[in-house]
Ligand binder design. Structure first.
Ligand code: PDD
Length: 285
């Protein structure tokens, strides 16, 4: 049983109920985060909360919570839910209105919901133990505000389903110019001739916290070259290695794209170096 938080109270998740007039339910009008926590230690708590505050400001949801308020909530959920390997889900919707009307209502309080769910143990930097991901590709048909971590995820859900129905773990997305944006729930990287390359931050992709930590640990280490620039679909298909990153997957090696091997079809050496640095540095963020 999971203990959840809803609008000021902690309760078993089964008892958490929201109004069907909540704009999160009616319009997907909300912002969310997923923060990983291992044995009571969160990864990237500060950056996750900063991204949520940016998202709330970007969509005009006014919630007067400091980083300390969020820390108290997260730590309580960790304590209540056993402090194992947890994903902490944080969700703020614009709140429940008395009518369904598109414009932002005045004087409604945002709905704040949070719960903790079990996630896999942290990935280890070991080629023999690494899960090798198989992915699909498709044209990115989401909206032009993908930098906002909105709860309106139908576009992402449909893209994820595209890969899932083909027996794949994820779907890589390409824009109208045949450039890589990200995956349905991950950021994406390629490795070519020893260099790590990922699309630059803009409105076409989420500013992933794992992406941020990974780029930072690689740059601090300095032994692997890193570049943020547009990546064509052709470059992805001819890369030596491809990775997808997210809070629970960390740096995940992709060995097949649409049924074709990436590079030599094995988990790569540069992945091993990158996940090693990530594992060593992640709790510093
Ligand atoms: N997904 N891009 C998209 C579209 C995402 O949904 C996510 C995360 C990422 C990676 O972001 P981060 O490194 O901050 O986890 C990139 C979360 C985990 C989810 O929706 O469950």
């Amino acid at each position: 049983m999971s203990i959840a938080y809803l609008d000021g109270s902690y309760m078993p998740i089964e008892q958490a109920k929201i109004s069907p007039m909540d704009r999160g339910f009616l319009f997907g009008d909300g912002i969310y985060e997923v923060v990983p926590s291992y044995a009571g230690k969160m990864v990237g708590f500060g950056p996750h909360i900063a991204r949520m505050q940016n998202g709330l400001a970007a969509v005009g949801i006014k919630l007067d919570w400091s980083e300390d308020n969020w820390a108290e909530l997260c730590n309580r959920l960790i304590n209540e839910n056993g402090a194992g390997n947890l994903g902490i889900y944080l969700h703020v919707s614009r709140g429940a209105d008395s009518k369904r009307f598109h414009a932002f209502p005045d004087n409604i309080a945002p709905t704040v919901f949070a719960y903790a769910f079990e996630i896999a143990p942290p990935p280890v930097a070991d080629k023999a133990l690494a899960k090798a991901y198989k992915v699909s590709t498709t044209r990115d048909l989401r909206w032009e505000r993908c930098h906002i971590k909105s709860t309106a995820l139908l576009g992402n859900v449909l893209h994820f389903q595209h890969g899932y129905e083909r027996g794949h773990d994820e779907t890589l997305l390409f824009n109208a110019n045949n450039e890589l944006t990200e995956a349905s729930a991950c950021n994406a990287f390629i490795v070519k001739d020893g260099k790590v390359i990922t699309p630059p931050l803009d409105n076409q992709l989420l500013p992933g916290i794992t992406r941020h930590i990974l780029l930072d640990v690689l740059r601090r280490d300095g032994s692997i070259a890193v570049e943020e620039r547009s990546v064509s679909m052709d470059e992805v298909l001819n890369a030596d290695e491809v990775w997808i990153t997210s809070s629970s997957k960390e740096v995940a090696p992709v060995t097949q794209i649409d049924g074709k091997a990436v590079g030599n079809g094995e988990v790569g050496e540069v992945w091993l170096a990158a996940q090693t640095l990530y594992s060593a540095g992640k709790f510093d963020y």
